[in-house]
Design a protein around this ligand. Sequence first.
Ligand code: SF4
Ligand code: ZN
Length: 311
Amino acid sequence: MICRKCQKIESVYHRVYSGEYLCKKCFMRSIENKTAKTISRYSMIGYGDRVVVGVSGGKDSLSLLYVLKMLFDQHPNNGNELVGITIDEGIKGYRDESLQIVKDFCQQLGVESKVLSYKSLFEVDMDEAMVLRPSEKMSSCSMCGTLRRRAIDIAAETLDADVVATAHNVDDQLQTFMINMLAGDVERIGWIYPEPVKYASGMKKVKPFIEIYEYEIAFYALQREIPFQSEECPYMNESIRTDLREFLNKLERDHPGIKHSAYNSMMKISRVLRSRQSTEGKKCSICRHDSTGDICSVCQTINVLTSNKQI
Ligand code: SF4
Ligand code: ZN
């Protein structure tokens, strides 16, 4: 099949849900253009913004770093700066490979990079947290996700960021939506809406890949020959997210485009819920970070873990 876009080169990718056949160049361009459009539609990044990207070493975050660097280089007069931040969770045998990959890739792109660990910030790492948690009901990924969000916030403050960008994609957001639905945590669905949340500090959080399928980002990383981590986290399978990922992928295989329509429905619900939320003025009574309740989820998690440490 010849590429439907350029009508010249043999296609390498069939976008089943839209019927498009794309050559390597047109496929890569489609991902980069889509990212640029999402950034502009939701006003994610402004002139002169210093953007900190959470880079785990996986295909999504390294691809995001690459695309942002490329877009910034195309518009040097916009005066944007880019910094990669990697959070070391303290998971033996897992994080070391990715730290090296991120370091090398940032060097190759000419992007500043920093590493921050849970241990230095919270005095506990993930391997210890798995022992200290009171029960398996406190899942590895929910603890880890809570600590990572805070670690990235702290890094962003330290690095004087205007914007924090993460590589969440359509699949991540659909999984989060379903987790919140299944847990009865409906209010959290409002946080999925991609309009940037502006925190009291003035910093924005954005997700430029939010309209792209996970497997398209993986294919992009392969086409661009972006090196990414192969090792999987040993605590990954505890999360319901893994089951939902497989379930949604099966649905998409059987009914191409279903993730896309589910994404649109999720956005409508999320938008309504977001319009009822406010972040302004609320601070955690312990750490003074922005919080939706009196005590933020990070302080609640740390309290549970440290109380078990003392016993
Ligand atoms: Fe943390 Fe879960 Fe990711 Fe492992 S898979 S690094 S526990 S969020
Ligand atoms: Zn707190």
